[in-house]
Design a protein around this ligand. Structure first.
Ligand SMILES: [Fe+2]
Ligand SMILES: [Fe+2]
Length: 249
């Protein structure tokens, strides 16, 4: 079993394989985390964080809905392995939500950013060193390519923001995908408008905040939590900071 970090594109099943696509995103994330480490707090740091969110949340959401169910089917210990990475994803969602509640000069930001970086790095290592090499032993190159296509399609239509209350597993996460993708991506567009136009900043920010409230109500629907495991669940309305303080060590 060889870590993806040490495999060539051919060994991973070629350009279309899910392994190649995953590693490409992980390399990009690594670069963005290096940028985050040196970015001064304020607009520069916010810009890097936005890029990380748009990479990480759809990436992880599509893993949870397309890849981990396959892992659970083909690996005898798939349940344990996928629960561990789901817990990492859950912690990223909770840390991010906490971060959004803090002002730019809040001293609690720094430790949150450090922890966020560490959990993201651990998630990549668990996937590249353990989960994906184990999957590779069980399924063919053609199947890796088919999974690559399925993951890519879902990734492109997945939410781009943290949603710690929805299930990390189907069917809850699948039900949440469409409405939350619409609200998240509409908010991404409004944020771009707010950044580019002084005149439209106010109405765009108000519309984005209204959509955030709608997304919050969608998240709180009990149906979005079906399939959730206890260790990755977070009660609606629980404060993000409280969830973080009790987060996985
Ligand atoms: Fe990944
Ligand atoms: Fe992941």
């Amino acid at each position: 079993m060889t870590s993806l970090a040490l495999q060539t594109q051919d060994q991973m099943g070629g350009r279309l394989s899910v392994l190649t696509r995953q590693k490409k995103d992980h390399v990009r994330l690594d670069r963005l985390l290096n940028d985050l480490a040196v970015a001064p707090s304020g607009p520069a740091e916010d810009r890097v964080l936005r890029e990380i969110a748009r990479l990480v949340f759809p990436h992880a959401f599509a893993e949870e809905s397309v890849l981990w169910p396959v892992m659970r089917r083909v690996l005898p210990d798939g349940e344990e392995l996928t629960l561990q990475v789901e817990q990492e994803h859950q912690e990223v969602n909770e840390l991010w939500t906490s971060l959004e509640e803090l002002d730019a000069d809040d001293p609690r930001r720094e430790p949150l950013l450090d922890r966020l970086t560490r959990v993201l790095q651990e998630d990549v290592r668990d996937e590249e060193d353990e989960l994906f090499p184990r999957l590779q032993e069980r399924i063919s190159e053609r199947q890796l390519q088919a999974l690559g296509l399925a993951w890519e399609i879902v990734r492109r239509i997945s939410p781009t923001r943290p949603h710690p209350v929805v299930a990390r597993r189907p069917p809850g996460n699948a039900l949440a995908a469409l409405p939350l993708t619409l609200t998240d991506r509409a908010r991404d567009n409004l944020d771009r408008v707010a950044q580019r136009s002084e005149r439209l900043r106010d109405p765009a920010e108000r519309a984005s905040a209204a959509l955030a409230r709608i997304a919050g109500r969608i998240e709180d629907l009990p149906i979005m939590r079906i399939g959730e495991r206890a260790s990755t669940s977070r009660a609606p309305g629980a404060t993000a900071m409280a969830a973080t303080n009790g987060g996985r060590a």
